[in-house]
Design a protein around this ligand. Structure first.
Ligand code: UGY
Ligand code: MN
Length: 245
């Protein structure tokens, strides 16, 4: 299949829109029977990696490069960590601190978003702990009081943790109330629905399956279009001084 060189994907110095027609799969050391689509990496300018891992039944992840966050998109993963075993199904997620021993096996063909980041310790703060949860059990908050835009925070918002991962659900017609420009960078996976994403000085139609990387200070805005809610999973670095102190 070819598209005569056309794609919605776009790479600019401060953002990447990567649509599924441009995804290339790669193996990674330590993982068995898993293909990775590496969406964001230092080679792009990101200070974290974000991948989609496509597991064959029985496939397993290898070691993590830094902290690891998993969000299951499809199938069932078995996580062993902290002397406990957890079954993760779609909407299930887990955070493993840097160097926390763990294994991840796919019980059936599965897909998961995998985010990894070198840990930035905060002087005086306790070390982070393993977190395992299910998005459906997390209460949502209305962003800036807008009930049409609901945020679920999957990571604890506490000093030991140096990044956040949220889901954001927009009713059709809902939008961010402002163009954001901020020091944090983002990795974003569209999970459901679609709309228009402003990135820098460009406006893009986006839909479920698309990935977006936004560099620090990339102007950003989203408005949901269509008949059903739009939902995305969004990473940001969080709670650390920009000078690294
Ligand atoms: O948390 C955020 O910065 C979020 N509101 N950004 C975004 O949705 N592009
Ligand atoms: Mn933002």
């Amino acid at each position: 299949m070819h598209h005569l060189g056309a794609t919605r994907s776009s790479l600019k110095p401060d953002h990447l829109l990567q649509t599924p027609d441009t995804f290339i799969r790669t193996p990674l050391p330590g993982a068995e029977n898993v293909d990775f689509i590496i969406h964001a990496a230092p080679q792009l300018g990101a200070r974290f990696t974000q991948m989609t891992a496509a597991f064959a039944a029985g496939g397993s992840l290898g070691y993590a490069s830094g902290q690891r966050f998993l969000y299951v998109l499809e199938g069932e993963l078995e996580l062993e960590a902290g002397k406990r075993s957890h079954s993760l199904v779609p909407g299930g997620f887990a955070y493993l601190p840097q160097d926390a021993p763990h294994t991840v096996h796919a019980k059936s063909a599965s897909r998961a978003a995998v985010i990894e980041k070198p840990y930035q310790r905060q002087t005086g703060a306790a070390l982070p702990e393993i977190v395992v949860g299910d998005e459906s059990q997390i209460a949502s908050t209305a962003l800036m009081g807008d009930e049409g835009l609901r945020v679920r925070a999957l990571m604890p918002d506490e000093p030991p943790y140096d990044f956040a991962v949220n889901t954001m659900t927009y009713d059709p017609g809902s939008a961010l109330s402002m163009v954001e420009i901020h020091v944090m960078e983002h990795g974003l996976l569209m999970l459901e629905g679609g709309g228009i994403y402003r990135l820098g000085d460009s406006w893009y139609p986006v839909e479920a399956g698309d990935f977006i990387w936004m560099a620090a200070y990339c102007p950003q805005w989203f408005g949901a279009l269509g008949k059903k809610p739009a939902k995305y999973l969004i990473y940001k670095d969080w709670r650390r001084h920009p000078l690294g102190a």
